[in-house]
Design a protein. Structure first.
Length: 306
């Protein structure tokens, strides 16, 4: 799971950022604090430009933060980058394979660099992903290239996978092939995945915990099941001059005449009684999808920052 830094011991953390900030001309990452526990899948969800890729690059030592500290697998990235990266698999859409060479050529090249390369597992991945070693990269589709790149990463058996939008632009079948393989990876509870996406369905399918980020800030973080259990949508009919009671976590999402739609991020049974005032008729209390929770969290965060 992703947690606040004080809530889990350092030995249980696969990766952590403490007080991390990074300023660019038109964007700033602000005081990022979270830790990813070993043996879990942590999802990082945010709109395009929210700061997901910057966080991933900082974790890989590709970008140096202006403030804060970063560690992966118990090693400070700033001082032990090369050693730490041996056990980290990193995927980004910026990465490229050599177009004139074959998949098999790339497999042999990566195998020569990493003693943890698993030949048997690599063969399994070729079969599961529908790839052929003599295929030339230049002739591969986008989905095949993504799967080939992930094969090079996964066959090394890294302890930590940092995956920056790996399913972006893939067709539904290719996407499911990759998500299924990632779920197999964490059957070994010593391995960890940090997975970023703007697609809530992908993250929901494989993640134990989820963090929402928007405009360079963490706006919410929790276990996936807690998000889905605690967030509720409330539909009620009330007079047009009715005002939403001041209750922690309760927010008006929309209103049309006397129909009010509210969301609550900390729903409890007592709230039902608090809303049942004269003239108010509760029509429904419904669960929310992760996408709806994400959108509401983003809008709440933007209102609070104004």
């Amino acid at each position: 799971m992703i947690s606040t830094l004080g809530s889990s011991a350092g030995t249980q953390q696969a990766a952590s950022l403490a007080g991390v900030s990074k300023a660019y001309k038109h964007f700033k990452l602000r005081n990022i604090n979270f830790a990813v526990e070993r043996g879990t899948v942590a999802g990082l969800i945010g709109p395009n430009g929210a700061g997901k890729s910057t966080i991933m690059r900082i974790l890989m030592g590709l970008v140096q933060p202006d403030e804060g500290s970063v560690s992966a697998l118990g090693k400070a990235i700033s001082s032990s980058e090369a050693e730490a990266k041996q056990e980290i698999g990193y995927f980004s859409d910026d990465m490229r394979l050599y177009k004139p060479e074959s998949i098999g050529w790339h497999m042999q090249f990566v195998r020569s660099l990493y003693p943890t390369w698993d030949d048997g597992y690599a063969e399994q991945l070729l079969d599961r992903f529908g790839l052929i070693p003599h295929q030339i990269v230049k002739g591969l589709s986008h989905g095949q290239r993504v799967k080939a790149m992930l094969l090079m990463i996964l066959a090394r058996r890294p302890k930590l996978l940092i995956l920056d939008e790996p399913t972006n632009g893939l067709d539904p079948v290719a996407k499911q092939e990759i998500l299924t393989e990632l779920m197999r990876v964490v059957e070994d509870d010593s391995r960890t995945i940090l997975y970023s996406s703007h697609n809530t369905q992908d993250v929901e399918q494989i993640s134990d915990s989820i963090t929402f980020i928007d405009r360079g800030r963490v706006i919410a973080s929790n276990n996936r099941d807690d998000f889905l259990e605690k967030w509720k949508r409330i539909k009620l009919h009330a007079p047009e001059d009715w005002t939403v009671p001041v209750v922690d976590g309760l927010r008006l999402e929309s209103r049309h005449r006397n129909l009010h739609v509210l969301s609550c991020c900390q729903f409890r049974d007592e709230l039902h009684l608090q809303l049942q005032t004269p003239g108010v008729i509760i029509e429904a209390i419904e669960p929310m999808t992760l996408e709806e929770i994400f959108v509401s969290s983003v809008m709440r965060g933007r209102e609070e920052s104004q």
